[in-house]
Design a protein around this ligand. Structure first.
Ligand SMILES: [Zn+2]
Length: 114
């Protein structure tokens, strides 16, 4: 089942290849700020829903972004840095956001406007 698939990736163009080939797997990477990501570029709705069903559903999230990250070993764990270079991979990323600027608020405001 590929419900997360987006036909045309806004970040990679109309024929995305590898950015679609990662399972939706939510990872919390926040430090002081609540941040979550999954490898691969996933549909924002599917991404937010997966976060809400994950153990990391602690804060309202802003709009998901399509980025490229690099994983660097650090203190026995891994840290992620934005990078387009060799060894980087696509991620869907979102961080906590004040009420009124959250993804869910955005969807509701669109429904209300119709
Ligand atoms: Zn992409």
């Amino acid at each position: 089942m590929r419900v997360n698939q987006i036909k045309s990736c806004p970040a990679c163009g109309p024929n995305p290849s590898i950015c679609q080939e990662y399972p939706l797997d939510i990872v919390s990477i926040g430090d002081d700020v609540y941040q979550v990501m999954s490898r691969g570029h996933h549909h924002p709705e599917a991404f937010i829903k997966a976060v809400e069903e994950s153990p990391y559903n602690e804060w309202g999230l802003g709009m998901p972004d399509y980025l490229w990250f690099k994983a660097v070993p650090c203190d026995g764990g891994v840290r992620y840095f934005p990078s387009q270079g060799r060894g980087s991979f696509p991620v869907t990323y979102a961080q906590e956001s004040p009420k009124g600027e959250r993804y869910r608020d955005f969807l509701e405001s669109k429904v209300g406007a119709q």
